[in-house]
Design a protein around this ligand. Structure first.
Ligand SMILES: [Fe+2]
Length: 270
């Protein structure tokens, strides 16, 4: 149980056909890059890592907001709390992306959902967690925690997930993302108690076609308290990322020349 241990592993949460559809669409968008005029695109942080921009709007084959709603319902069933959805991302990483060492995000009642579309097994970006550590109030350093020194090695839960599995974890607990040796692709969700103000919530961009009547009946799922104004904007960059891969420039140059040729042809009415 998540209240007891801080983590729960739900197998086969996402049916295979939905996962396959999503993966096909994500692969396609991964080849489209964010330049002028192209907003259904991926943002590449380096050669081995990308995100899909505004996933709820840009993914068309599956209603991602509905997957979040299914998680919300499951969480409510388990905890009797109706959490608010505060973040939804698609993250893709491959080949030796650096692990994130033992740490705590140091905020109680924040639940993260990791839905694996690829990877998540041992040595492939799986999650490790110190059972019951979510109940502690963490003071001092929250990063690079030495679990040997704290005598916590016997409490390590080593996640070993399969594509389609969902892991829900209380991020106040001590956790760690292991190295991605091949490929890890996840839907990343965050849920917070609506009244909790300890950690700023992130705004979510979605379009009205994704909202269902059932969602509106569960108003905590999407709506913040009206006096909550300190919200974090969704992911955006206003400068070129230092490790932008070369293929983005090639794509940009090819698009630029195609556009110029089109302009010239138009001028001569070809
Ligand atoms: Fe974390």
């Amino acid at each position: 149980m998540i209240q007891e241990n801080g983590i729960i592993h739900i197998q086969n949460f996402l049916p295979d056909d939905q996962r396959q559809k999503l993966n096909i669409e994500i692969d396609k968008i991964s080849e489209q890059f964010l330049i002028n005029g192209n907003s259904r695109a991926s943002v590449w942080l380096n050669h081995n890592q990308f995100e899909i921009l505004n996933p709820i709007v840009n993914i068309q084959s599956i209603n991602l907001l509905n997957i979040a709603f299914e998680i919300y319902k499951r969480l409510k069933e388990i905890t009797s709390i109706s959490y608010t959805l505060t973040n939804l991302r698609i993250l893709d990483e491959k080949k030796k992306i650096h692990p994130v060492d033992w740490h705590t995000d140091s905020a109680q009642n924040n639940i993260r959902g990791l839905l694996y579309l690829s990877g998540g097994d041992e040595n492939n970006g799986n999650l490790s967690y110190i059972l019951k550590s979510h109940k502690e109030k963490h003071e001092g350093s929250t990063h690079n925690i030495d679990i040997k020194k704290l005598n916590l090695e016997s409490k390590v839960y080593k996640g070993n997930s399969k594509p389609g599995d969902l892991i829900l974890l209380d991020i106040n607990g001590i956790h760690k993302k292991n190295t991605v040796n091949q490929h890890r692709r996840i839907l990343f969700f965050e849920f917070q108690e609506q009244s909790s103000k300890k950690r700023p919530k992130t705004k979510i961009i979605f379009d009205n076609s994704k909202i269902t009547k059932q969602m509106i009946q569960e108003s905590n799922f999407l709506f913040y308290e009206s006096n909550e104004i300190e919200l974090i904007d969704p992911l955006y960059y206003n400068n070129l990322i230092l490790h932008t891969p070369l293929k983005i420039f090639k794509y940009y140059l090819a698009s630029f020349f195609k556009l110029q040729i089109k302009k010239i042809l138009k001028k001569f009415n070809f």
